[in-house]
Design a protein. Structure first.
Length: 202
């Protein structure tokens, strides 16, 4: 049994599904298998101000209520890791609540089960996709993990692909998208891809 990089960038092979497991000494089994994820969470939380504790706890609570399929090591089949995601999503949640002050409408109309969320993209940074993901996690009932479909180059940059996988992003291939939809996941797709990042805001 072990972690193996798959098409989605961090799939898990040969591990039973279940709840998050802990070693006999109380440490996370996930940190034993993938110590980098635990380190990212620790470093991220150590450098963020204390007032962000509340938003971190909100993310933790929402992820705990989300319909995730985790194995005994605390990962899903595509490399998502809640504890690492909680640390990495905290800045996005802070922007969502306190900077952009996003308002959502009719989010209760988003159906259950597998679905595609289609959006346009503009600007050099994926703030739009990030805010859509935050809306699905913080506002939807029950909370949903929004699976982004990323460009191939992300998985060619050292550590970038691993971190993308830890927050639920996969390589944007038709096969990955189909597999996610069949698994009942919420998949975010921006058809313009990287080209949309270069168009003017207006």
């Amino acid at each position: 049994m072990g972690l193996g990089p798959g098409v989605g960038g961090g799939g898990i092979a040969g591990m039973p599904r279940g709840q998050r497991g802990y070693a006999e000494d109380g440490g996370s089994m996930a940190e034993r298998v993938d110590p980098g994820s635990g380190l990212v969470a620790q470093v991220t939380e150590s450098v963020t101000p204390g007032f962000m504790d509340e938003i971190r706890e909100e993310i933790r609570d929402q992820l705990a209520r989300a319909p995730l399929q985790l194995n005994d090591y605390g990962y899903d089949a595509y490399g998502f890791h809640p504890e690492t995601a909680r640390a990495m999503l905290t800045p996005s949640a802070l922007l969502y609540r306190n900077y952009f002050r996003v308002e959502t409408f009719d989010i209760d109309r988003v159906p259950e089960g597998g679905l595609l969320l289609i959006a346009n993209h503009s600007g050099q940074f994926a703030y739009d996709g990030s805010m859509l993901s935050m809306a699905m996690l913080l506002e939807a009932e029950p909370p949903r993990l929004c699976r982004g479909m990323g460009e191939y180059f992300l998985w060619k940059v050292p550590f970038m692909g691993i971190m993308a996988s830890r927050v639920g992003t996969l390589v944007g291939t038709p096969e990955n998208c189909k597999k996610m939809l069949q698994g009942g996941e919420s998949v975010m797709e921006i058809p313009e891809g990287a080209r949309g990042a270069n168009k003017p805001f207006r």
